[in-house]
Design a protein around this ligand. Structure first.
Ligand code: CDP
Ligand code: MG
Length: 699
């Protein structure tokens, strides 16, 4: 291991700490998973399986898969799509002769939990007949595994080694309604593969009713005769009841406050039934929960007979707390679940009669003009609004209170913009090129991304050296970058780290950056936690702080107790050790030397610049920052160790989140001279000593 970074300056313990906690659920592929509730656990597995709505359609599904190349299956969350359909296929012989039934999931944790459940139902050990493959974690057996769950990103990766996906007989693209970037990419690639492999069957599983787009995309029948369609649709009926929708008369100025008021009004004036309120993020959820709990206490002091039980629900919440939202409550209690968008399709809570919809959701957004990717609170679509309302009518007729006017509802877009159209495309374009798709503009996209976003992606890849001036993948750098299971900037940084003399430290930093919330900030102990976190913070910024934490974790023998004492995420740190090990193996494969900077921080920081030079910002006299590329205003995120400290003149950052402002996350101080020296193709020194991006005007 590297020696401690002796030259680093440490903050004094006990200084005022950075503030709010920001969930990372949308900012990385590694988002937390919703828990699953099963009301029939007392029955035998056999009986449980037969009780699921999808069971009645078993034969029909098998018939459709025989008859059509692609089958679209629509059914609401919990009806049995993910766990049952792969088993029906297995039972019907689709995994004979060594073939595999593959099921993709947009989220890592969903792949693990569904695989675990299916293995359990089959009385099998996970990793044998039933397995999963996700980034940095493979629990499948190339010989034994017949049903394999994998993230859609992994499926695209598998195509690099096996372009026709020959080992699969059927692929089910699950949760297709989410339209995540890699689901869409997989859809485009699979359509291509299907033309060469007529035997390959596809199932597109969706929890919402917008199946027509999928049908039109996959239907290769060019005649008017529907009997010749190559794509079939099946709908598993939901047990839904009518839902009355109410709007506000005038726009609400503060939906957090309005949510609290609406819950109280329901509690006072409506009949029995639980409440589900939608908000956009963890902070809002916690705020509403604490305001409501206050009100609930005052109600019980005033002798109100019916009690309120208020519960938060978001993906970063500990498992045991997530499970609470499924617990039944006595008649004298009304349950109120305050949730993020996780409750829209990912989980189903029984007993909900009233839904409150704030009209917003937190989504990833990409601005091709300034190449900034951020998480933004955005108005929902009409499709989302009706999905949310539908959560009220599962057991009996319900009511949905929309905290917006009917006029505003009419202005909402019909459906959510697919991630493909609002994300930085550099990683997927690199992968498409590695798959031999050179002309990405002509790729068969379910929803084509804006041309400008494609151009931006190519420019970034060019600056990183992954493609040449003709847009062709470079050898070996571009191909290696595509092989790395991380974004191109990370890949570049890692591939350069051996030459820089710090691949050990850079691997640690890259691994730590994949972990959500390394530092834990419990709501009731924020100050104490922040005090502990300060002990690891270094003046250079977040990257070296993460390195410090990791090295301290190893020094303390990966102790969970030590993590607990210092408010660090034990499971996350353990995961970082396994990710780091895999990065080390990849570096070895590419013959990148395994080196250490032996305590010199500048070596490490310069290597970070080699990957992230495009994300550079300089301090502005107003106290905020400006991007070097576009002079865009940025701020240091409150979770950064640099927040509230004397601001460094020049910084680089990993990503941007947008809430009230654009915040840089994972920030580190750099020297301006490094930018010109290490990325001369990207920056140049302007006449009076300032620095400018080559694409923008020199000041
Ligand atoms: O995919 P879909 O949402 O249609 O349903 P599923 O994931 O196949 O789950 C069907 C049922 O299996 C759920 O309603 C749960 O009762 C049960 N289940 C479970 O108990 N544990 C899991 N990890 C997954 C599902
Ligand atoms: Mg499912």
């Amino acid at each position: 291991m590297a020696a401690p970074l002796s030259t680093m300056k440490f903050w004094k313990p006990g200084c005022e700490a950075p503030g709010v906690s920001e969930e990372r659920e949308l900012s990385s592929e590694a988002s937390g998973s919703p828990v699953i509730f099963n009301p029939h656990t007392s029955l035998s597995i056999e009986k449980q399986r037969q009780k699921l709505p999808v069971f009645k359609h078993r034969n029909n599904i098998l018939y459709l898969v025989e008859s059509y190349q692609t089958v679209i299956i629509v059914g609401e969350t919990g009806c049995g799509k993910s766990t049952q359909i792969p088993q029906y296929l297995l039972e019907a012989g689709w995994a004979a002769e060594g073939k595999v039934i593959g099921v993709t999931q947009p989220r890592r944790v969903a792949a693990i939990s569904v695989a675990t459940r299916v293995a359990e139902e089959r009385g099998a050990l996970l990793g044998h007949e039933v397995g999963y493959t996700i980034r940095f974690d493979d629990r499948s057996d190339p010989q034994a595994t017949r049903i394999k769950f994998l993230t859609d990103g992994m499926l695209v990766r598998e195509m690099m080694a096996d372009p026709l996906l020959k080992k699969y007989s059927v692929l089910m693209l699950d949760e297709a309604h989410e339209r995540t970037l890699y689901t869409d990419i997989a859809i485009g690639l699979l359509k291509k593969i299907q033309k060469k492999r007529r035997d390959l069957r596809l199932i597109v599983a969706s929890a919402t009713l917008d199946a027509k787009k999928f049908h039109d995309f996959f239907n290769l029948n060019e005649s008017a005769d529907p009997n010749k369609d190559t794509c079939g649709i099946l709908t598993v009926e939901g047990r839904t009841h009518p839902v009355d929708v109410f709007y506000t008369v005038s726009p609400v100025p503060d939906y957090v406050k309005a949510t609290v008021e609406t819950v109280m009004k329901i509690h006072e004036t409506e009949e029995d039934g639980d409440v589900l309120a939608f908000l956009t993020g963890q902070d809002e959820v916690e705020k509403v929960v604490s305001l409501l709990q206050e009100q609930a206490r005052s109600l019980s002091r005033h002798g109100m007979k019916k009690h309120l039980r208020v519960l938060p629900m978001y993906s970063g919440l500990p498992y045991a707390d997530q499970m609470k939202v499924f617990e039944r409550v006595p008649h004298s209690v009304r349950k109120v679940v305050v949730a993020t968008n996780i409750a829209e399709t990912s989980i189903t809570i029984n007993g909900v009669v009233f839904v409150i919809d704030c009209a917003f959701v937190k989504l990833r957004a990409y601005n091709p003009h300034n190449a900034l990717e951020s998480l933004v609170v955005t108005p929902i679509s009409k499709a989302s609004a009706s999905q949310r309302a539908g959560r009220a009518g599962r057991n009996r007729p319900g009511k949905c209170f929309r905290l917006y006017t009917e006029e505003d509802f009419e202005k909402l877009p019909p459906s959510t913009v697919p991630e493909m159209q609002r994300t930085n495309l550099a990683p997927v374009i690199l992968q498409l090129k590695a798959l031999g798709i050179d002309n990405v503009l002509r790729f068969s996209f379910l929803s084509p991304p804006p041309a400008q976003t494609m151009v931006q992606a190519l420019e970034l890849l060019y600056a990183l050296g992954g493609v040449d001036s003709y847009g062709r993948l470079t050898q070996p750098l571009g191909l290696r970058m595509a092989e790395f299971p991380l974004s191109p900037m990370f890949a570049k940084m890692l591939l350069e780290s051996g030459g820089c003399g710090c691949s050990k430290e850079i691997s640690t930093i890259a691994a730590m950056m994949q972990i959500q919330n390394v530092m834990v900030l419990p709501a009731n102990q924020k100050k104490a936690a922040a005090r502990e976190h300060r002990k690891f913070a270094v003046a250079e910024g977040d990257h070296l702080t993460m390195l410090n934490i990791y090295e301290a974790f190893l020094k303390h023998q990966k102790s969970s107790q030590w993590c607990h004492q210092h408010f660090l995420n034990y499971k996350g740190l353990l995961r970082a050790t396994t990710i780091r090990e895999q990065l080390r193996r990849l570096l070895t494969k590419f013959k990148v030397p395994w080196t250490s900077s032996e305590g010199d921080p500048d070596v490490i920081l310069r290597c970070i610049v080699l990957g992230f030079f495009a994300n550079a910002a300089r301090i502005h006299h107003s106290g905020s920052y400006r991007t070097l590329r576009d002079d865009r205003e940025l701020h240091i995120h409150p979770n950064s160790v640099l927040y509230g400290e004397k601001p460094p003149k020049w910084v680089i950052f990993n990503e941007v989140v947008q809430t009230s402002k654009y915040f840089m996350r994972d920030v580190t101080a750099v020297e301006s001279s490094w930018l010109v020296e290490l990325a001369p193709h990207f920056y140049k020194q302007a006449k009076h000593g300032s620095l400018a991006s080559k694409r923008s005007r020199v000041l």
